[in-house]
Design a protein around this ligand. Structure first.
Ligand code: SF4
Ligand code: SF4
Length: 361
C-alpha cells in the first residue's frame, strides 16, 4: 500500500485536537524546560499548543514509550508456602506518535527482532500494537547525524504508518500501512487531495545531500574488521575517553538492555521490575562469584560497538543503530561514533598490520 494525500498546517493541529478530544494518547515533539534552557523532547501532550514540529531533533528517542525506564512485570503475594502471582495487563491505550523523526520511527522495527526472538515480549508488543507512528521527514539536523550511513535517511519511511514531508502550507503525506490508512479514513475531513510531491522530493534530496556529507555508508568491511579484531589496540586507546556513565545507551533508540529485580513491598508481597541497564557500566556483567568477564572499559566499549555493527547484524541482518547521532551528542568524554566508524573503515581498508594486545584482559 502506498498512496499520498495532503495535510495543511491548520489541519495538522486540527488532527491533533481531534485525537486529544477522542481521548487518544498523543506523543509529539514538545518544548520542555524554561527559556533560555528549553529543549525539544518527545512528550505526551495535553494540548495542541505544545506541538513543536519544526524544532530540533528531540533530545531523547521514542523507546521509553515502548519499554519504559522501569516497569512492573508481575506482582506476587505469599501465603505461607504458596505464592500468588498477579499478571500485568498487556493491553495498552491507543497512542499516536505525531512527528517521529525517521531515525526514531525506524528504531523500534530494528529492536523488534530481539524482542520477538527466543521469547515474545508481550508488554513491549502490546505497546507497539497500540501505537500508530506518523513520521516526519527530517531536514538533516547536525554533523553527528549519519542515518544514511546505516541504510536509512532523513526521508526513510521505515517504521512509519504515515509519513509527512513539509511543503508549502502543510505536509505531503505518504500513507504506508493499514494503520495509517485507518487513521486517514477516520479523520478524512482533515486530509485533502495529494499535492506537493515535487516539493517533497526536493526537500528529501536536499536533506540527503546534507546528511550524506557526514559519513560514508558503513561498508561490510567494518563488520568483518570487528569480527576479526577483538584484541586490537584501538579499543584500549579509544576507551580512555569513556567514563562508563551509560549516557550513550540511555539516549540510544536501539539500546534495549535491561535488568530484572524483585522488590519487596512489605513482608509478604512484592513486584518484579524491569529496569533499563547498559553494557557500559562496570557491574553489568559481574557474575555472582564476583568475576567480571568485561572487567575494564575497553571490553565494555568494544561490546557496544561490536554488538551494534557485527553481532546483531549477524543474528538479525540489521545494524543495531539508526544513525541518530545522540550518543555522540550526549557523551561527556567526546566519544564520536561516526568518527570511530570512519577510523574502523580506514583500518579495514588499509594495508596496516593489525596491532594486537599481548594478552586478553
Ligand atoms: S556516553 Fe561516552 S563516556 Fe558515557 S558510557 Fe557512553 S561512550 Fe562512555
Ligand atoms: S548508537 Fe548512537 S547513533 Fe546509533 S542509534 Fe544509538 S544513539 Fe543513535
Amino acid at each position: 500500500m502506498r498512496t499520498t494525500t495532503y495535510l495543511s498546517q491548520t489541519n495538522l493541529r486540527g488532527l491533533a485536537e481531534d485525537l486529544l478530544t477522542a481521548g487518544t494518547r498523543v506523543v509529539a515533539p514538545a518544548k520542555i524546560g524554561r527559556a533560555p534552557y528549553q529543549q525539544v523532547d518527545y512528550q505526551r501532550i495535553a494540548k495542541v499548543e505544545e506541538l513543536a514540529m519544526d524544532g530540533a531533533l528531540p533530545s531523547r528517542p521514542l523507546k521509553q514509550f515502548f519499554m519504559p525506564p522501569t516497569e512492573i512485570l508481575l506482582r506476587w503475594k505469599q501465603k505461607k508456602s504458596d505464592v500468588e502471582i498477579e499478571e500485568i495487563s498487556t493491553q495498552f491505550p491507543a497512542t499516536v506518535i505525531l512527528g517521529a523523526r525517521p531515525c526514531d520511527a525506524a528504531a523500534p522495527g530494528i529492536v523488534d527482532c530481539v524482542m520477538n526472538w527466543d521469547y515474545r515480549d508481550e508488554l513491549y508488543f502490546g505497546r507497539r500494537d497500540a501505537t500508530t507512528i506518523i513520521g516526519l521527514a527530517c531536514g538533516g539536523f547536525d554533523k553527528s547525524c549519519f542515518c544514511t550511513a546505516v541504510g536509512l535517511g532523513p526521508d526513510a519511511t521505515a517504521g512509519s504508518d504515515l509519513f509527512l514531508t513539509p511543503v508549502d502550507g502543510g505536509y505531503h503525506v505518504d500513507v504506508l500501512t493499514e494503520k495509517g490508512e485507518s487513521l486517514v479514513q477516520a479523520h478524512a475531513a482533515r486530509f485533502s487531495d495529494s499535492t506537493g510531491m515535487d516539493a517533497a522530493k526536493r526537500f528529501h534530496a536536499d536533506a540527503r545531500k546534507k546528511v550524506e556529507s557526514n559519513l560514508n555508508p558503513v561498508p561490510p568491511a567494518v563488520r568483518q574488521w570487528l569480527e576479526s579484531n577483538f584484541e586490537h589496540t584501538l579499543w584500549e586507546s579509544i576507551a580512555l575517553r569513556c567514563h562508563g556513565c551509560g549516557a550513550c545507551a540511555s539516549v540510544c533508540p536501539t539500546c534495549h538492555c535491561f535488568d530484572i529485580v524483585d522488590e519487596a513491598r512489605g513482608v509478604d508481597r512484592g513486584e518484579r521490575r524491569r529496569n533499563w541497564d547498559t553494557c557500559q557500566t562496570s557491574r553489568f556483567t559481574v557474575h555472582g562469584s564476583g568475576h567480571n568477564p568485561r572487567a575494564n572499559q575497553n571490553t565494555r566499549f568494544r561490546q557496544r560497538v561490536t554488538h551494534k555493527f557485527a553481532i546483531y547484524p549477524k543474528k538479525f541482518e540489521k545494524i543495531l543503530c539508526s544513525g541518530c547521532g545522540r550518543c555522540a551528542r550526549a557523551c561527556p568524554g567526546g566519544m564520536d561514533l561516526p568518527e570511530l566508524l570512519a577510523e574502523i573503515e580506514r583500518l579495514a581498508t588499509s594495508a596496516e598490520a593489525p596491532q594486537l594486545r599481548g594478552e586478553r584482559s
